[in-house]
Design a protein around this ligand. Sequence first.
Ligand code: ADP
Length: 498
Amino acid sequence: MPLRRIIPFGRRLIGDGSSKLTGYAVVVLSWIAAAIVAWLLRPWVPETALGLLFIPVICGVSVQWGLRFGLFAAALGVLTLYFLNAPGAHATLMLFAAVAIATAFGGDWIFKQKADGLKSAQALAEREAHLHSIYDTAPDALIVIDERGIIQSYSAAAERVFQWRASEALGRNVKMLMPQPYQEEHDRYVGNYLRTGERRIIGVGRIVVGERKDGSTFPLELAVGEVRSERGRVFTGFIRDLTERQATEARLQELQSELVHMSRFTAMGEMASAIAHEINQPLSAIANYLSGGRRILERGPAVDPLVTEALEKAGAQALRAGEIIRRLRDFLARREGERAVEPLARLVQEACALALVGAKEDGVRVRYQFDPQVDSVLVDRVQVQQVVVNLVRNALDAMQTVKMRGLLISSAPADPGMARISVADTGPGLDEAAAARLFEPFVTTKPQGMGVGLSISRTIVEAHGGHIWTEPNPGGGAIFHFTVRLADADANGEQHDA
Ligand code: ADP
């Protein structure tokens, strides 16, 4: 027989055999001990009571090894009592045999319960090991927190995503994984949910911003599940890092395509507006020259009336072309889009999440400071997100050449009834030559630049009744500000108390 088959066979034999052997050995030894004690006690104890000595032995072995051993011990007990008892005490013997067998069965019942308990404990341990393996290999980060926001479990993927080790994160508040202002708001969110049961994120999933150990922020998709147990509620967060480009492309496609559509549309409008501006003047000049020419002809000797008529018609056509262009400009200026009341911080964050895709490799540290007093604005969401994307991308482009890359995106109250959004970077600042004309179309300092981003942004902001401007960042770099109308401000710009 080959060795690899002998070894397991031997193991089985020894393994099973040794426990059986121990069982029988214990039965025999206990029986011998009980028999000796019975023999010694014979002068003082009535023979009928000696059988009681065997009951603990039967009970012990059947609890420990099961029915077979219990019955074996019972049989030995009956035999012993048979020899110890006076001949003819059959009734006592029968009674003892019945009690001994019942004890063996009782012990066996406990033995089986123990075995079942052991099996379910094993199954539980197996399930737990399985869960742990899922936990450790799942590509998405999994974080479990309790009602107070304290991190209870922290998966291997979470270590990769947030850069904190499990030993550093466990037992701390989950706020450590969020940038401001969410650190402060998280407790309030959880408390509010526990009190009112109003779900904002549980079971819904949302794109939010996380913060790594090094302070850099990144977009992530968060879904939260809730489990209620006797020890209270726990929440499990499933986190997907959206800086992973492939995943991002799928997740943000919808938002992106909206923005791309809007940016093409606005760029077209911008182009049309620029052309209209350029062509309008020559057209007016043509119309003026034609009417002047006609008047000169009328003053002189008689000319063919067809010529005067042709000049008149040419002039009318030039005026008509000018009128078409004026209407086009009016249309572009008046285009308002779909205004709705939107939460400013969320709107800006979503746009930033999109603009920051790929910023992880650049090591940009992004901070947010949203003023909750100006969180409700009346805007066309996609258009304003377009402005934010433009400003953030410009800031990222500008910071390519510097080492310290920091971006601060903030909101604050502005003129009455307005909210100001600011994007401040630590880049080289504005190019002096271009600074005065930044918001005009086709002004760019980039080799591949189109120079329409800022002019589109200005068109959008002005169509929203706000304005856009820039100033140097005191610490170096540039700040772009723009304003939008608050939702609870009336047409005169006055803000109402909520
Ligand atoms: P583009 O990005 O195609 O050049 P934009 O209209 O968005 O067009 O920007 C116009 C110019 O404004 C840029 O070429 C750049 O010179 C300047 N600019 C915009 N944002 C910044 C910034 N944050 N820091 C420095 N310069 C900037």
